[in-house]
Design a binder for this molecule. Structure first.
Ligand SMILES: Cc1cc2nc3c(=O)[nH]c(=O)nc-3n(C[C@H](O)[C@H](O)[C@H](O)COP(=O)(O)OP(=O)(O)OC[C@H]3O[C@@H](n4cnc5c(N)ncnc54)[C@H](O)[C@@H]3O)c2cc1C
Length: 394
C-alpha cells in the first residue's frame, strides 16, 4: 500500500464545519446516512482498500491520522470507520477472489455499509460462548442467532456474522433483508449517534459463496486478525479523544483567571497537564509504531496492537479526567464537548477487548513458555502472516 489519505477528505475533516456537524449528530442521536455518503465520496470508507478495488490504499499509519481526526470530533462516526475497516479486512484477506472483487469496491465507496456482528448477549469479551449458527444446506447458508450492540447496525446493508458451522467457528457476510430483524439498542453515552442495533438472524439465508474463510478459522483467525486492526484503530481514536481533551484543558488553564494569575500558572495544574500530555504523546507514538508493525506484517503485531489499545484508552481516560477537573463546573454540563469525550474514553476501555482482557493477552505473551505458567489467556493468534495475504481459505 502506498499514498496518503485523500487530500479532499483531510480538508473536510479539518474544517470547523465538520466539528459542528458532528456535534449536531450527537444531539440528534444519529449520524445520518446522507452525511456518511458524502464523506464516503471523499474516500472515508475506502482508506484501507487497495486502489484496484476503488479504495485509496492508504498505509496504516496515515489511516490512523484520519481516525484521530474523526474520533476527536465524532467518536460515533469513528466507530463506523473501525467496524467497516474490519469487515473490509476480513473480505480482503479471507473471502474468495470472486467475493473480494465483487464486494470490496462496494465497501470502499460506501455503496455497501457493513456492520461487524460478533457480540451476543452471553458472549461479549468471551468469543468462545457464541451461539449463532451458520448452517450449510447445499449451496445455501442459513443463519440463526441474535447479535447485540452492532455499531451502525441500524443502517447497515450487510453484516459480517460470526457463529459456528458443525461446531466449528465460521463467518459469513449476510445482507440485510428477509430473515434479518433490526431493533434499536439503548443509546450509549459517548457514542450517542453510533446507531447501535440488536440484530436477529431468524433463518436468514445467504449463498454459500458468502462464507468468509472456511469453518474452523472463523474465530481463531478471522476474528483475531480483525481485532488486531480494530484495536489499532480504536487506539488511534482514543488518541484523538485524548488530544481533543488536552486542548480543552490547556486552553482553559491558559485563560482562566486565578488569584491574579491564570490556572495554568499553578504548579499543581501544570503537573496535571504534563502527565496528561505525556500519556497522550506516548500513546500517539505507540499507535504509529503499531501501524508500522502491522504494515510490515510483524508476527508481534497482535500483541503490540493490544498494548496500543490499552495504552491509548488509558491516555484518553487520563486526559479527559484532567480536562474535567480543570474546567470545573463548565466541564460538567451535558452539552459540553468534554462530556462526549469523557464518555467516549470509557467506551474505548470496553470495545475491541476490555482493558482486563488486553492485560491478560499482554501478560500471557510475556509469560509464554516459562515453566510453571498456565497458558489460559486468549491467544492473539498470528494475525499477519505474509503467506495468508490474498489467499482464499475455502
Ligand atoms: C459503543 C459500542 C459499540 C459496539 N460495537 C460493536 C460492534 O460493532 N460489533 C460487535 O460485535 N460488538 C460491539 N460492541 C460490543 C463490545 O464489543 C462488547 O461490549 C465488548 O466485547 C465487551 O463485551 P460485554 O459488553 O458483553 O462485556 P463482558 O464480556 O461481560 O465484560 C464485562 C467486563 O468484565 C471484565 N472482563 C471480561 N472478560 C474478562 C477477563 N477475561 N478477565 C478479566 N476481566 C474480564 C471487563 O472489565 C469487562 O469490561 C459495542 C459496544 C459498545 C459499547
Amino acid at each position: 500500500m502506498t499514498g496518503p489519505a485523500p487530500a479532499a477528505l483531510l480538508a473536510a475533516l479539518r474544517d470547523d464545519a465538520f466539528t459542528a456537524r458532528a456535534t449536531a449528530w450527537e444531539r440528534a442521536g444519529a449520524v445520518p446516512r446522507a452525511a456518511i455518503d458524502e464523506l464516503a465520496a471523499l474516500g472515508l470508507l475506502g482508506l484501507t482498500v487497495d486502489t484496484a478495488h476503488r479504495g485509496s490504499g492508504t498505509p496504516p499509519a496515515a489511516v490512523t491520522d484520519v481516525h484521530r481526526l474523526v474520533a476527536a470530533a465524532s467518536p460515533s462516526l469513528h466507530s463506523l470507520l473501525v467496524v467497516h475497516a474490519m469487515v473490509c479486512h476480513a473480505v480482503r484477506r479471507w473471502a474468495s477472489a470472486e467475493l473480494r472483487d465483487a464486494l470490496l469496491p462496494e465497501l470502499a465507496t460506501g455503496r455497501m455499509l457493513a456492520a461487524f456482528a460478533l457480540t451476543e448477549q452471553q458472549a461479549g469479551a468471551d468469543t468462545g460462548a457464541l451461539t449463532t449458527t451458520i448452517d450449510r444446506v447445499g449451496d445455501t447458508l442459513r443463519i440463526t442467532g441474535t447479535k447485540r450492540w452492532l455499531s451502525f447496525g441500524q443502517i447497515a446493508d450487510a453484516y459480517l456474522v460470526f457463529g459456528s458451522t458443525d461446531g466449528r467457528g465460521s463467518c459469513a457476510l449476510v445482507d440485510a433483508g428477509a430473515g434479518v430483524r433490526v431493533a434499536v439498542e439503548p443509546v450509549t453515552a459517548g457514542l450517542r449517534a453510533a446507531r447501535l442495533a440488536r440484530v436477529t438472524f431468524d433463518g436468514a439465508t445467504a449463498p454459500a459463496s458468502r462464507a468468509v474463510g472456511r469453518p474452523g478459522i472463523g474465530i481463531p483467525f478471522v476474528v483475531t486478525s480483525c481485532l488486531t486492526l480494530g484495536r489499532l484503530y480504536v487506539a488511534a481514536g482514543a488518541v484523538g479523544v485524548a488530544e481533543a481533551a488536552l486542548r480543552l484543558a490547556a486552553d482553559h488553564a491558559a485563560t482562566r483567571a486565578h488569584g491574579g494569575t491564570t490556572l495554568g500558572d499553578r504548579q499543581l495544574v501544570r503537573g496535571l497537564l504534563a502527565d496528561a500530555a505525556l500519556a497522550t504523546d506516548a500513546a500517539a507514538r505507540y499507535v504509529r509504531h503499531t501501524a508500522q508493525e502491522i504494515e510490515d506484517r510483524e508476527p508481534s503485531a497482535a500483541v503490540t496492537a493490544a498494548r496500543a489499545k490499552l495504552l491509548a484508552s488509558r491516555a484518553a481516560t487520563t486526559a479527559t479526567a484532567t480536562a474535567s477537573r480543570l474546567l470545573g463546573a463548565a466541564g460538567q454540563t451535558e452539552d459540553h464537548p468534554l462530556a462526549r469525550l469523557h464518555a467516549a474514553a470509557r467506551v474505548h476501555e470496553v470495545i475491541e477487548g476490555p482493558t482486563e482482557v488486553l492485560q491478560d493477552i499482554i501478560a500471557a505473551d510475556l509469560l509464554r513458555g516459562r515453566p510453571g505458567t498456565t497458558d489460559r489467556a486468549p491467544s492473539p493468534a498470528a494475525p499477519y502472516r505474509k503467506e495468508d495475504d490474498h489467499r482464499a481459505e475455502h
